[in-house]
Ligand binder design. Structure first.
Ligand code: AVJ
Length: 310
């Protein structure tokens, strides 16, 4: 008997990745409830320098950044989530409006509410929308000078051509008299990068493997986490961390009516995290219609906060 199954769009997209010649899972599947908790834990690891280093730069350079940005502006933050990082800049930047965007409407509303209570002078206008659609700033707010804030080196998850598309979208969003504050992780020594994605406690491994339990929920599949292994390496030629899940034995699964097989040692690609040089950031800025006005680095030159002007 053949059972006909109707897959929803999301299931179909995941299945396509699992049936590709090089199997892959989109990195957005790291972030279910447990995955977001694990990422939070990653940001606190000794080996994971990006979060703490970026925070150091934002805190110590807030006034310098503010000198390049007009007061009473509108700041829009794609993927703002908890809206924690903008707080390092709010007192110095003193914008009139803050527009955090995220997919999770409920979480966003809570974060926005929290900010409104602390900064009574700030108009917080959350926009809940899907990542794939462009952010729409409400009509009545378009008169303000606009700046985008995109911290955390989230841009590193994009393939270079998609990073360029994204920056072009931001350039359109902020218009001719705006700018963008962009946090970007830098190309560096292999050992530091390797350690940051292969921590001793194995939190990154758990974070990576959790992807399988997340897609098990979506596909009603039974991928066995203990038969896969975390793998992360720095490809210095391509300047990116490549993360995979490695099948430790030959195995097969029946998923939504289809057979998914793994050879021993076969890899599922789960993430690219691109690292940039300042020159690379400048090129990206120029190609998207911005000028790289300034880059602030920590003393070890691990991470950068950049100001791109329209
Ligand atoms: C959230 C994309 C910046 O690439 O460092 C951390 C995600 N992956 N450890 C990164 C991540 C593994 C992180 N970004």
């Amino acid at each position: 008997m053949t059972k006909s199954l109707t897959l929803n769009e999301e299931q179909a997209a995941i299945m396509e990745g699992l049936q590709a010649e090089q199997k892959y899972i989109n990195p957005k599947y790291f972030y279910n409830h447990h995955g977001s908790k694990l990422f939070e834990k990653i940001t606190q690891l000794d080996e994971y320098y990006p979060t703490r280093t970026e925070r150091g730069i934002l805190q110590s350079r807030a006034e310098d950044i503010a000198n390049l940005i007009e007061r009473d502006a509108l700041i829009v933050e794609p993927g703002a989530g908890s809206c924690k990082k903008i707080e390092y800049l709010l007192p110095a930047l003193h914008p009139k409006v803050y527009v955090p965007q995220d997919v999770s409407a409920e979480f966003l509303k809570q974060s926005a509410q929290r900010l409104s209570e602390i900064y009574s002078w700030l108009d917080v206008v959350p926009v809940a929308s899907d990542f794939s659609e462009p952010i729409v700033i409400p009509e009545r707010l378009r008169k303000y000078r606009k700046y985008a804030f995109y911290p955390g080196s989230t841009i590193g998850n994009f393939e270079p051509e998609d990073a360029l598309q994204f920056l072009k979208q931001m350039r359109t969003l902020v218009g001719d008299s705006g700018g963008m504050i962009l946090g970007v992780d830098l190309h560096k020594d292999n050992d530091i990068l390797h350690a940051a994605y292969n921590d001793k406690e194995g939190v990154t491994a758990e974070f990576n493997l959790n992807t399988l339990s997340h897609i098990n929920d979506i596909l009603s599949s039974g991928f066995e986490l203990q038969k896969f292994e975390h793998m992360a390496l720095y490809n210095s030629q391509k300047q990116r961390i490549e993360m995979y899940l490695k099948s430790t034995e030959p195995q097969e699964y029946r998923v939504l009516g289809e057979l998914i097989t793994f050879e021993q040692g076969e890899l599922i690609h789960t993430e690219h995290s691109y690292k940039y040089t300042i020159d690379g950031i400048r090129q990206l800025a120029n190609s998207s219609g911005f000028t790289l006005e300034h880059s602030w680095l920590d003393e070890n030159e691990l991470f950068s906060v950049n100001y791109l002007q329209s």
